[in-house]
Design a protein. Structure first.
Length: 191
């Protein structure tokens, strides 16, 4: 386990070191969820267009519960493991790029978990309707990489967040389908 932690730290230092000051502002914009609103609005429009308003409302409810659930599980892990963020790790003083600092813990990344959970959930629902739906996965990749760039998470935090988020997204998709079939909603019968 110690070997994996050391590899994680080395990979973090490598990836974080690839950054440069002229791009810091760009990655600070990327890491804020609100700045992705136009992307979300386009995706929501495409979903609503295919499944209708009633089903879309239910989907939004499931998505809200999914994100809340994922966020709370992430917080449980963070406070259980209490892994210092790279920006707070004294080992890295003077050898890493600290663009942003946060006081909270690192393991695992809520940005990675929430973005992957929501993307997996949406992907599984609309993959039938749109040919290039898999491109949605660029969102969690770019969004979570910003956390490494800015000095807030290790790659292992991101990968673990992806695993948990992907699993939660899949489970909530199955719950959504079950709910849809039980109440005879369009989304469940057409997917």
């Amino acid at each position: 386990m110690e070997h994996l932690i050391n590899l994680d730290k080395e990979l973090f230092l490598f990836l974080n070191g690839l950054g440069s000051e002229p791009f810091d502002g760009f990655w600070e914009i990327i890491t804020k969820q609100f700045n992705w609103a136009p992307f979300f609005l386009v995706v929501f429009y495409l979903i609503q267009k295919k499944i209708g308003w009633k089903n879309f409302g239910i989907l939004i409810l499931f998505l809200a519960v999914l994100i809340t659930f994922t966020d709370q599980i992430t917080n449980l892990f963070k406070y259980f493991f209490e892994r210092l963020r790279p920006c707070n790790n004294p080992e890295f003083d003077g050898i890493m790029r600290k663009v942003i600092t946060r006081k909270s813990f690192s393991f695992f990344s809520g940005h990675a978990a929430n973005s992957m959970a929501s993307t997996m959930f949406i992907f599984l629902i609309i993959r039938k309707y749109y040919k290039f739906t898999y491109l949605l996965f660029l969102f969690p990749l770019v969004f979570a990489y910003s956390r490494i760039y800015l000095g807030l998470h290790y790659p292992g935090d991101i990968l673990t967040g992806y695993l948990f988020g992907g699993a939660f997204g899949y489970v909530f998709y199955k719950l959504f389908m079950y709910f849809g079939k039980k109440y005879n909603l369009k989304t469940a019968t057409e997917l």
